[in-house]
Design a protein. Structure first.
Length: 165
């Protein structure tokens, strides 16, 4: 079968099964727009594997498997876990830090001992928990707390405005 015939067979399959597959996608995700996205993803993957899938005669099974996996993958995406709310925050988001302040902070971070710097960055920059930071650094949780506390104290001292200014 040449390329033109393969593509014609693919188009015929998609034309005949598209509505059914879209309903399957909708049943998986409960939203028609997401169903269209899932179906598009599945049809692209099907096109890539079409010669192999066509020979096996398992087109529907292959597309269903892609739809299920794509729906699971999509539900795991961080923006899918966001929830709209009517409650506004009490205060606006903080203003971005200026270049000078960021440079001073970076220089102060670099002046910290390696373990303190790592603990402060993992805990306060990346937002890891004490347990996660301890696992990441291979340290006891108490040691992470000590390094973090000492590092933050040193940063406060080095970054607070001098009174002579």
């Amino acid at each position: 079968m040449n390329r033109t015939e393969r593509e014609a067979a693919y188009v015929d399959y998609v034309t005949a099964r598209r509505a059914h597959l879209r309903r399957v996608a909708y049943a998986l995700c409960g939203d028609w727009h997401r169903a269209d996205d899932l179906l598009q993803t599945a049809l692209v993957k099907l096109y890539v594997a079409w010669p192999r899938v066509r020979r096996a005669g398992s087109e529907d099974a292959y597309v269903r498997k892609i739809l299920v996996r794509a729906a699971i993958d999509e539900s795991r995406r961080p923006w899918r876990r966001e929830q709209a709310t009517d409650d506004l925050p009490d205060r606006p988001a903080p203003e971005p830090t200026g270049v000078e302040e960021r440079s001073a902070l970076f220089a102060a971070l670099q002046a910290l001992p390696v373990q303190q710097r790592a603990a402060v960055v993992l805990r306060h920059w990346l937002g890891l928990s004490v347990t996660e930071t301890a696992d990441e650094l291979g340290l006891a949780e108490g040691t992470v707390k000590s390094h973090t506390s000492r590092g933050l104290a040193t940063l406060r001292l080095s970054l607070e405005p001098s009174e002579a200014g």
